[in-house]
Design a protein around this ligand. Structure first.
Ligand SMILES: Nc1nc2c(c(=O)[nH]1)N[C@H]1C(S)=C(S)[C@@H](COP(=O)(O)O)O[C@H]1N2
Ligand SMILES: [Mo]
Length: 422
């Protein structure tokens, strides 16, 4: 379809979503012509080696293709004075759909991954309850469970943009977000069994790792959609994600989803743990601080084309990315190719679930010149993703937690994609 002129819906080459199917059928960019078979070529197709002999048979545990082994989490600098601490980031630019494979789910550990034998592990519920309870892993497996798809995002994600760091990829800048189907027991079921006393306004959840990491959660949230998650994408939660069990607080900053969960104490007020006083609080330019920023902001990000990719030739590209909100579902994602001067609605691919990742896509014709690609999400509460300058005007850059600003990828006239600030 080389001569077809596609309807443009916004500046600098964004194409109407109505053409998505035609474009997919034609292939992308100039490369489309490469996949068209000549009239007689069907007769002399070579049979590749892998089609000539049977391969290995079934196996006990699956592996990915060796051709995709460069899809790796990225671990940062490991501080020797902080054993096991640090994070690893999901390779967002290589993934499609909305679910993060467990082996590539981002990680954030404050004292490494404990090696927990579920037989020796207990979950205790105590404090302001009628009857303190202790559950073994076996006990918990007997409860009725629910399965929900939710994103998880570390509040430190995308902080690099507020620090004005140059360069970077979707993974290095934004890879502290992932999305999985979590299966577990609604916390309200276990709290009801213990009997919450009227004075109890918060829960204090603590993990069994060497950091004894703890966080406080208001009782309203604890009784709403919080769960004790035992499964992640159908298999037991992985050690890095909190095996044998973790608290999961949908939509809220990742830190609150306490891994290796071992205690829930009902209290009158927040416990003032380290991670809700000296960390994860947002200090403003006047040095006052917001102590609690619970729901993660309405956010989106173009994952392709994205930082450090190169477009080899002008032509049609599928712009795609992910969007999520801690306060509801994603209603709309707009894309701009001219640095935010004009916008077009992207197509939403698949589900639009509450507090889960939604994928969007829109076709774009790159004319070989400079373009600035951006995406902007709106959630079901009407929250619109802000620009970077709006975030900075609102709260400054003393704290770089909870940043959900619009990302700008510049495509320069040699086709390189670079993280820039507009
Ligand atoms: N017990 C415990 N829970 C924890 C942490 C930890 O270090 N220890 N890290 C927290 C932080 S900061 C985040 S962002 C999420 C990360 O979850 P993940 O590693 O499964 O992605 O777990 C939270 N829960
Ligand atoms: Mo985090």
């Amino acid at each position: 379809m080389p001569n077809k002129i596609f309807d443009k819906v916004a500046g600098n080459g964004l194409i109407s979503r109505r053409h998505l199917l035609e474009i997919s059928a034609a292939g992308l960019g100039m490369a489309a012509s490469n996949s068209v078979l000549g009239a007689d070529s069907g007769f002399n197709l070579e049979i590749p080696g892998w089609s000539r002999t049977p391969g290995p048979g079934p196996s006990a545990y699956g592996n990915r293709s060796p051709h995709t082994e460069n899809f790796q989490r990225m671990t940062g600098f490991q501080n020797p004075t902080y054993p096991g601490g640090g994070s690893s980031r999901s390779p967002l630019q290589y993934l499609q759909g909305t679910i993060t494979p467990n082996s590539l789910h981002f990680e954030r550990h404050h004292a490494g991954v404990p090696d927990i034998d579920p037989v020796g592990h207990k979950l205790v519920i105590n404090g302001l309850v009628r009857q303190p309870l202790a559950f073994s892993y076996e006990d918990l497996l007997k409860y009725q469970m629910v399965s929900r798809v939710y994103f998880l995002e570390c509040s430190g994600n995308s902080g690099a943009l507020l620090r004005g760091e140059t360069g970077g990829t979707a993974q290095s800048l934004h890879g502290l977000v992932s999305c999985a189907e979590w299966t577990g027991i609604p916390l309200s079921t276990l709290l009801d069994e213990a009997g919450v006393l009227p004075d109890a306004r918060w829960i204090a959840a603590v993990g069994a790792d060497a950091a004894s990491m703890g966080r406080s959660v208001p009782i309203e949230k604890a009784l709403d959609d919080v769960m004790v998650a035992l499964y992640q994408n159908g298999e037991p939660v992985r050690p890095g994600q909190g095996y044998p069990m973790r608290l999961f607080c949908p939509g809220w900053e990742g830190n609150i989803s306490v891994k290796w969960l071992t205690q829930i104490k009902l209290t009158r007020g927040p416990a003032q743990f380290r991670d809700e006083t000296s960390k994860y609080t947002d200090t403003l330019p006047d040095r006052s601080s917001y102590q609690f920023t619970f729901p993660m902001g309405t956010k989106s990000l173009i994952t392709s084309p994205s930082g450090e990719m190169t477009l080899n030739q002008s032509g049609i590209y599928q712009v795609t990315g992910i969007a999520w909100s801690g306060s509801g579902r994603i209603n709309r994602v707009e894309v701009s190719a001219d640095g935010g001067q004009t916008w077009a609605d992207a197509d939403i691919q698949g589900h639009q679930l509450e507090k889960a990742v939604t994928r969007f896509t829109i076709p774009w014709e790159w004319n070989g010149g400079t373009a600035i690609l951006q995406s902007r999400a709106t959630d079901s509460r009407g929250n619109v993703q802000p620009t970077r300058s709006a975030v900075i005007a609102d709260r400054g850059t003393v704290s770089t937690y909870h940043n959900h600003c619009i990302q700008s990828w510049e495509v320069n006239n040699t086709g390189e994609v670079i993280n820039i600030y507009v």
